[in-house]
Ligand binder design. Structure first.
Ligand code: ADP
Length: 540
């Protein structure tokens, strides 16, 4: 028997309307590319979102059109998230750190009609223009006074699109599975692949994160998304924050430890979200200054595994670390590791053991691990296998890419994450590696993450990576690449001795090299692909 309740489509625009009514003074603070700090509220933002929506329609944007953004974290980018999806078009966020070739590919593949760019990125588009669709129009995200001199033809000005438009709007109705957002994964192999979010998946993701991380996402907290809005819905914050009444502090383009510290201090940021590399930078600044930024109490770290030493450094200073795991294809949140009350009482070291795991699933995401033949493995904390997920916030196929879509689902429709993991009886997930980063030596697996974690605990190491290099006898052997901290000069023997205390002899890297800086991917993670190209290929 069917229930008898109304069915109203879940729509993204309802989140900002809700925030404007319920948390009118909730703030959005942005470091602008123009150089100053801009402050606004959810109430004012809802008005500008309405103006933007009217303006977009006026310049011909229609339901289903892809409208791209190439921008830092700031209020205009936030407005675009809502204005574009609100009228039924698709907000396609582009990562400016992608290679020219990848950017050209995705703008053409997505068939973007409009492209909104921050001042900083205008030169990138000038260079790529001839390779982008001829009908693509560019809008610079600034006001008339700051419009740049540019070789681009027919350029529009963001503020002029909003100017004079009504500050309220009746949002159109459409089915809740209407496409709302598009984000391509960086694509370590082959072309980038697009995940096409729906209104339903996005709103449900916002609910899921608010109920799972309630102490951070609540009225009055101040949250700093260092994770860029061009990366996986900036982990859901542009939706979860307005839904919960938390304020957003957008850092613009300066993401070094010093700038982040200063902004957090000034804006009394409570919770900061980003990849481990950013927090290593902030921790350096904290150590140098001998204090935390004012009001700072919580850090959400994900995108790649948070080293134990990083978790320890924050926790020892009284900052709660929430280790989170997810993927572009999952909107992105899969698990989070805030500890339940009974585990918070554990001794410090045991607490760190728990926090080092990626934590428990968020509502709506199911997980399973399977062996090479697809047999389900036990959640006993020991068996490690291929991690599969399913749920309302997980992709059901890549955008216009049936070939890639074919390879990522099992017969029951679960999505293969490409991660290798164990799940313990309490539901805590421990990522062992990306499948492609595991090292197979003499038929046995070695986890690069385990080795990296140990090396990171050396005080002279800023960052490191372990990759597999081909070996005629053992198939593959681990190879360690290290970036030293400041003037420190950690020695190969010290690092091997440190590892030897914790892992079996056959797991020890054969080679250690020191580099000035580890290469990073477009999303700020250490690029093992680049390292493999440098150190592993042709090494037989
Ligand atoms: P990309 O960075 O390639 O664009 P994603 O951001 O979607 O793509 O990356 C998702 C992958 O990042 C996951 O499958 C996993 O391997 C890794 N990852 C994300 N969070 C964590 C974490 N907390 N610990 C370990 N690995 C993580």
């Amino acid at each position: 028997m069917k229930g008898l309740m109304m069915h109203r489509p879940l729509k993204i625009a309802d989140l900002i309307t809700f925030a404007a009514e319920n948390y009118p003074s909730g703030e959005i603070v942005s470091v602008r590319t123009e150089g100053d700090i801009h402050r606004t509220t959810y109430r004012e933002t809802a008005k500008r979102v309405a103006q933007l929506a009217h303006g977009l329609k006026k310049i011909g944007v229609q339901e289903g059109d892809r409208v791209a953004t190439l921008a830092w974290n700031g209020y205009r980018h936030f407005e675009l998230y809502y204005g574009i999806s609100g009228i039924g078009a698709v907000c396609h966020t582009i990562n400016p750190r992608l290679s020219a070739e990848q950017m050209i590919y995705i703008v053409n593949h997505a068939e973007d009609r409009l492209l909104f760019v921050d001042l900083t990125f205008v030169p990138i588009i000038e260079k790529l223009r001839e390779h982008l669709p001829a009908e693509l129009r560019v809008v610079v995200m600034t006001d008339r006074a700051h419009m740049p001199q540019t070789s681009l033809a027919d350029v529009l000005c963001y503020e002029e699109i909003l100017e004079g438009e009504p500050e309220d709007i009746v949002w159109p109705d459409f089915p809740e599975d209407q496409a709302a957002g598009l984000c391509y994964t960086s694509g370590t192999t082959g072309h980038p692949k697009g995940t096409l979010y729906t209104h339903r998946s996005t709103v449900l993701h916002a609910f899921n994160m608010c109920v799972t991380i309630p102490k951070t996402l609540c009225e009055g907290t101040r949250i700093l998304p260092v994770v860029p809005l061009f990366h996986v819905n900036a982990w859901g914050l542009p939706y979860g924050a307005p839904l919960s009444g938390a304020s957003l502090i957008f850092p613009g383009g300066a993401l070094d430890g010093k700038s982040i510290f200063a902004l957090m201090d000034q804006e009394k940021v409570f919770s900061a979200w980003g990849v481990p590399t950013v927090w290593l930078g902030l921790m350096n600044e904290i150590t140098q200054r001998g204090r935390l930024p004012d009001g700072f109490g919580d850090v959400v770290v994900g995108g790649s595994a948070a080293p134990r030493s990083l978790i320890e450094a924050f926790e020892a200073k009284g900052v709660n670390v929430c280790h989170a795991w997810g993927m572009t294809e999952m909107s992105p949140l899969g698990t989070q590791c805030n500890l339940p009350p009974e585990l918070k009482k554990l001794p410090f070291d045991e607490r760190l053991d728990r926090k080092q795991s990626q934590g428990r699933r968020v509502f709506g995401v199911e997980m399973k691990i399977v062996d090479d033949e697809g047999n389900k493995l036990a959640n006993d904390g020991k068996a490690s296998g291929h991690l599969y997920v399913r749920g309302n916030t997980v992709t059901s196929g890549y955008f216009e890419n049936p070939e890639a879509s074919k390879t990522v689902f099992d017969e029951d429709g679960w999505f293969c994450t490409g991660d290798v993991a164990a799940i313990d009886p309490d539901g805590f997930l421990k990522i062992t590696d990306r499948s492609k980063d595991l090292i197979k030596s003499g038929g046995e697996w070695i986890s690069s993450l385990d080795l990296e974690n140990i090396v990171m605990s050396h005080p002279g190491v800023a960052s490191c990576a372990v990759i597999a290099v081909p070996d005629p006898k053992w198939d593959e052997r681990p190879f360690l690449i290290v970036q030293a901290k400041g003037d420190a000069q950690p020695q190969k023997e010290e690092l091997i001795d440190l590892l030897a205390e914790r892992v079996a002899k056959w797991q020890l890297p054969d080679e250690v090299v020191f580099v000035d800086a580890l290469p990073l991917t477009a999303t700020g993670k250490v690029s093992k692909l680049t390292l493999r190209k440098t150190y592993a290929e042709g090494n037989e």
